[in-house]
Design a protein around this ligand. Structure first.
Ligand code: 4NP
Length: 145
């Protein structure tokens, strides 16, 4: 199973989801390949935001190796499931879908923990540290295996 986590910048929410899913897959010995990307080009090549890295480390997860990249249409070929962190990421990726098969791979990540809710993971970028903890908690629950 190949899973892609997607947000806007690929420096806060999706690398956090990437790190959590990678840790859970390893812990449970699952054959899951995880990656992450952003719909924007704003932060290509950057490490995750230091505030998200700190929150992750406090919970025992190191995401310092991750680097931001932009979502590309070919990601529909490389991944089985593609999780959007929010509605805007979802819509942007839906616009890039080439067919029904591509569209069927798209999910809102919080529907895993709150089925049918179509809730978004709040963008923590312009807020305080508590936003990054909330991102962790929501994604930890959503990635539960
Ligand atoms: P992310 O957070 O989408 O969770 O990585 C953001 C990072 C950067 C920006 C917005 C959100 N930005 O506008 O630069």
């Amino acid at each position: 199973m190949r899973i892609l986590m997607v947000c806007l910048g690929n420096i806060c929410r999706s690398p956090m989801a990437h790190g959590i899913m990678r840790a859970k897959a390893e812990e449970h010995g699952l054959d899951v390949e995880v990656d992450s990307a952003g719909t924007s080009s704003y932060h290509i090549g950057e490490a995750p935001d230091h505030r998200q890295q700190e929150t992750a480390l406090e919970r025992g997860i190191n995401i310092s190796d991750l680097r931001a990249r932009q979502f590309v249409q070919e990601d529909y070929d490389r991944f089985d499931l593609i999780f959007a962190m929010d509605e805007s990421n979802y819509k942007n990726m839906l616009d890039l879908a080439r067919n029904k098969e591509d569209e069927a791979k798209l999910r809102m990540i919080l529907n895993e923990s709150n089925p049918g809710s179509n809730m978004s993971v709040p963008d923590p970028y312009y807020g305080g540290q508590s936003g990054f903890s909330l991102v962790f908690d929501l994604l930890d629950e959503a990635c539960e295996v």
